[in-house]
Design a protein around this ligand. Structure first.
Ligand code: 2B7
Length: 645
């Protein structure tokens, strides 16, 4: 069907919206502020698609005083013709059915949800009301929905017009969301990013609550994005940009080299979705760039003895890739679906970069010489750093075998990526943990008393402290600027203390140490806090033998477990690790199948401290509340649960 043959009949009907209201998380990820803003993105995406197809170059978003939001575009207007299969207007189907999309859309680019047209109905389903005005084929149409499927004002014609476009107003349903407060910053960041990716379209944001207003318009799209990122750096050359189209994949790339920054920044997008985890397009980009530079060096005899690696060629590089492709070949991978999987994208991008970059280097000799000199400098620095690191490592290895502490009960396995180190408060709990551990992969290091407060101490003071030198040697990867995450002997470092203020204090001291002297341990997610259960629910037979037992971390599961154990249940409340037998400690707190671990993945130790205090502090009610609110773990907050019991 040709595009302009489009009419109300090309809408396919599928399921209704009750599902969206029942399980909003499935459609918008969560019902917190994140999910709330998804409602805006869904509507904006449709306006954006219309502009992308070449219809309309202005999109306005208005946040009203009551946190309802209006989005308007200057596209063709949402079709209002009657769909003969259902007898209903297309506009109604678009807002009330999932997966409704014009048939022509199969060929069109998919939007961020990966599916055309789902967005409007999801936003509608989760809003108190949605009010839509469509300026379509010379008529003004209006329709209004309440909480999804209920049509409070059926489609009506309000008169003739010369305008074309769509205006959608919706008010997020407070029964669904934990907050309905729209964030100006979030929306403006999103629109600014959209404006970079969709050049020559003007985005306007108006906040009627504060009077704030912003306009985003970029004549040169992602090239201007690069200019903004690199504004304060010393550039090696200009922003270089390429565009190309192959195998149905449209590619835009902009890049620039700078001197002062030794890192590489590559941001990639596919159909306006930021592919945070990269994917085939980024791989193709790297391959193409490396080959272009190396081939240029070879064919111009500029090579030195050192062979350049990809990283040498990307030092100081800022690049943005933006791809568009049809839904048919679009594949997102990974847990968060933020990695491009489409195989064809790899060769399309690598061929494009290779040919355009080769051409550019040949046309711009001075730039090419500067770039190659920089790459060769990076390679020299890389080799020198590697040598220094090797030397430090050899020295450390020699030392470390001598002073492994006798307090440590090591794991039998040398599979470091499977091993776990439990740092346990006190010798007595240490002894219990030693009996309850999995000897193959779990090591136990008991701590005597409170560790030293390392905040503000110099490395030599810390090395002289027995407790910390033991921890450093046990982890086996050095400390301070000599710390090398690749050498760690444990994949998980688990702090296990009593659930009281002393325990919390010990955790804070250890976390402060890790944060200050082994930071990658925390930033790369190797540090955990074990959370022992609050309750044990059990039943005894007439001889006093325990016949059933279950553990609970919160009141809800306590009630559930009481029911499961059945009549005659007893409940005991744990106060410390010392109250547990080795079997109980294993079953509740150490065994990966049952335990509750909280991953410390935050950058700010102050946040760690406040959360840990809540979690482990003496205020049991706070702890329960915190656990209930934060550790229900469908979403990762600052802490995540490792395994749900
Ligand atoms: C939702 C999907 C299926 N749609 C169209 C046409 C134009 C159009 C839209 C839109 C949000 C806020 C202002 C196509 C596409 C539905 O089919 S959605 N414009 N704008 C929008 O939602 N903005 C369309 C072909 C011919 N005529 C109109």
């Amino acid at each position: 069907m040709a595009k302009n043959d489009y009419n109300g009949n090309s809408i396919e009907l599928l399921e209704g919206l009750e599902g969206v209201r029942k399980r909003p998380g499935m459609y918008i990820g969560s019902t917190n502020a994140n999910g709330l803003h998804h409602l805006v993105w869904e509507i904006v995406d449709n306006a954006l698609d219309e502009a992308l197809n070449g219809y309309g170059n202005k999109i306005v978003v208005t946040i009203h005083k009551d946190n309802s939001v209006t989005v308007s575009d200057e596209g063709r207007g949402i079709p209002c013709d009657i769909n003969t299969k259902t007898g209903k207007p297309a506009i109604e189907l678009i807002f009330t059915t999932l997966h409704s999309g014009g048939k022509f859309n199969e060929e069109a680019y998919a939007n961020s949800a990966g599916l055309h047209g789902v967005g409007s109905s999801v936003t509608n389903a989760l809003s108190e009301y949605t009010d839509v005005t469509s300026f379509y084929k010379g008529e003004i149409y209006h329709i209004r929905f309440e909480k999804g499927e209920k049509i409070s004002i059926p489609l009506e014609k309000l008169g003739k017009t010369l305008k074309h476009g769509t205006i959608v107003t919706f008010k997020p349903d407070k029964e669904i969301f934990s907050t309905t407060e729209m964030s100006y910053d979030r929306i403006s960041t999103h629109l600014k990013e959209a404006a970079f990716l969709l050049k020559k379209v003007k985005f306007i944001l108006i906040d009627e609550r504060s009077g704030f207003k912003d306009e985003f318009y970029y004549e040169n799209g992602i090239s201007e994005y690069i200019e903004e990122i690199n504004a304060s750096k010393r550039a090696l050359g200009p922003v270089i940009s390429f565009e190309g189209m192959d195998q149905g994949i449209e590619v835009s790339v902009a890049l620039q080299y700078c001197y002062d920054d030794y890192s590489e920044t590559i941001r990639s997008y596919t159909n306006n979705v930021h592919t945070v985890d990269g994917g085939t397009h980024e791989v193709g980009f790297r391959i193409g760039l490396t080959k272009a530079v190396n081939d240029y060096i070879d064919s111009n005899d500029l090579g030195k003895k050192i062979k350049l690696e990809g990283t040498d060629i990307r030092e100081g590089l800022t690049a943005i890739l933006s791809l568009r492709m049809s839904e048919k070949i679009l594949e997102f991978e990974g847990q968060t679906k933020s990695k491009l999987g489409t195989q064809a994208a790899q060769v399309v991008v690598s061929n494009l970069i290779y040919s355009k970059m080769t051409y550019y280097l040949n046309e711009n000799k001075e730039f090419a010489i500067r770039l190659i000199k920089k790459c060769q400098d990076s390679a020299t620095a890389r080799l020198a750093a590697r040598k220094a690191k090797e030397e430090a490592r050899t020295k450390r290895k020699a030392k470390e075998s001598v002073i492994l502490s006798d307090k440590l009960t090591p794991a039998q396995s040398k599979e470091y990526d499977k091993n776990e180190l439990f740092i346990v408060e006190g010798d007595s709990a240490g002894g219990t943990a030693k009996k309850g551990r999995d000897p193959k992969h779990q090591a136990i290091l008991p701590l005597r008393g409170k560790p030293l407060n390392t905040d503000g101490l110099t490395i030599d003071k810390i090395l002289n402290n027995l407790e910390f030198s033991t921890i450093i040697n046990t982890i086996g990867a050095g400390v301070g600027d000599k710390f090398d995450i690749e050498d760690i002997h444990y994949n998980k470092i688990i702090i296990m203390t009593d659930a009281d203020t002393d325990g919390a204090h010990i955790q804070t001291l250890l976390l402060t140490f890790f944060y200050n002297y082994m930071r990658p341990l925390i930033t790369e997610g190797h540090v955990y806090v074990a959370v022992p259960p609050l309750y044990r629910v059990y039943k005894e037979d007439k001889f006093g033998n325990v016949t059933t037992e279950l553990y609970a971390w919160d009141d809800k599961s306590l009630e559930e477990n009481k029911k499961k154990v059945g009549a005659g249940y007893k409940v005991s409340r744990y106060k410390g690790l010392g109250e547990m037998s080795d079997k109980q400690l294993k079953n509740t707190t150490m065994d990966p199948k049952n335990r509750l671990l909280i991953k410390i993945n935050i950058n700010d130790p102050l946040i760690v401290e406040s959360k840990v205090n809540i979690l482990m502090g003496k205020d049991a009610d706070k702890r329960k509340k915190w656990l209930e609110q934060n550790v229900d773990f469908n979403e990762a907050d600052n802490f995540i649960k490792e395994v749900k019991k």
